[in-house]
Design a protein around this ligand. Structure first.
Ligand code: 1CP
Length: 345
């Protein structure tokens, strides 16, 4: 199986592969019983901050499934804690920021701490995972994209309508741009540190950017994403640029940069790839809820997505968003095997 380690990285560079590589967003947490057993004994932040445990969680899906990449167990919000805003993962409520950023003065107050000082546990977990995986399976590092990070900083939690976020954007554009610049700076530093520690590809999660229309994306997000992705591409590792609900933003996301664009299930993969152009890879795009269907239906949906990709170089199979906590484990195994079997060339 000498092609396994190469498959994912080759696809990122749009080189030929023996079959289509597959990994799943959020494969390292939530849905595996072994993860839940660990979580029963440790808090979420404690898992993230204890390198042997974070490394162990990263490796859980690798032990069970023939996935073509590992994704580091961490969280996009870890980078916000050293800024001094009071991050907590409250039971049942998801993440909470105790001192949200709502004004220019709040932006100025954000602490600047290098990732090597603020998040050494993430870098140590990367070393441990790489020591264990060697060149068998490549390791993906990640960070939140500035818009998605800003939305948590400003709202103080997950949001439906992004009222505070968009209000700051529209009412105080200078404060908005200053905040985005700070987040770009912190993100680029963090990703560089991850690459130096050994990650072999990087995904930027702009999970919630699909709440913006194209004009707002162009004005308030694109210049900052261009700066972030431009700097990250310099590290030399492939970069996946991911968002959800981005059917109206694909050309703009492409203009912002990245070697691979992540697609959710609301777009047709062939049509989206046509709009993005043949000189970029695509990742996606099975509906995570399809994994609750019987295996023969999963098979059908995998075949349909592979047919839309048409065997073109640069397709990485994934879900359109993270694997859901209640997903049947056997169905994940069926999915991974179906991708490899149906795409074998
Ligand atoms: O209770 C628990 O066990 C915590 C659940 C959990 C886990 C397992 C959270 C809280 N984060 C994570 C890990 C995580 N988060 C990973 C590690 C790799 C993996 O799980 O495979 C990654 C890549 C993330 C990224 C992340 N965190 C995103 C972007 C991806 C996405 O799903 O859009 C976002 C938006 C977050 C914020 C976050 N962290 C945790 C929760 C519950 C949330 C979302 C809250 C919300 O809906 O606003």
């Amino acid at each position: 199986m000498s092609d396994v380690p190469a498959r994912f990285l080759r696809a990122c560079r749009r080189e030929p592969t023996d079959c289509t590589p597959v990994w799943l967003m959020r494969q390292a947490g939530r849905f595996l019983p072994e993860y839940r057993a660990l979580r029963a004994r440790h808090g979420f932040l404690e898992l993230c901050k204890t390198p042997p445990l974070a490394a162990e969680v990263t490796l859980l899906p690798i032990r069970r499934f023939a996935v073509d990449a590992a994704i580091l167990f961490a969280d996009i919000l870890l980078i916000l804690e050293p800024m001094g805003v009071g991050l907590e993962f409250a039971k049942g409520d998801g993440p909470v920021i105790h001192r949200p950023v709502r004004t220019r003065a709040d932006v100025e107050r954000l602490a600047r701490v290098p990732a090597s000082v603020a998040l050494p546990f993430v870098l140590e977990a990367i070393h441990l995972v790489r020591a264990e995986l060697g060149d068998r399976v490549p390791l993906i590092g990640f960070a939140g994209a500035p818009f998605t990070l800003a939305s948590y900083l400003i709202e103080g939690r997950g949001s439906r309508h992004y009222v505070h976020t968009k209000t700051l954007m529209y009412r105080e554009p200078q404060a908005w741009h200053a905040l985005m610049e700070r987040l770009v700076e912190a993100t680029v530093d963090y990703v560089r540190a991850q690459v130096a520690a050994g990650v072999e590809a990087v995904q930027l999660f702009d999970s919630w950017v699909g709440c913006l229309g194209p004009d707002d994306y162009r004005t308030y997000v694109l210049p900052h994403m261009r700066a972030a992705l431009g700097a990250i591409v310099q590290t030399g590792v492939p970069v996946i640029h991911f968002g959800t609900g981005t059917g109206a933003l694909l050309e703009l996301m492409r203009a912002a940069g990245g070697d691979v664009i992540g697609l959710d299930w609301r777009v047709d993969l062939a049509e989206a790839w046509g709009r993005l152009g043949a000189d970029v890879g695509v990742q996606g795009n099975l509906d995570p809820v399809a994994l609750f269907a019987p295996p023969d239906e999963i098979h059908r949906q995998v075949a349909r997505i592979l047919e839309r990709a048409g065997g073109r170089r640069g397709h990485i199979f994934n879900l359109g968003h993270g694997v859901l906590p209640e997903t049947p484990v056997a169905h994940v195994a069926a999915l991974i095997d179906a991708v490899h079997e149906l795409s074998a060339r």
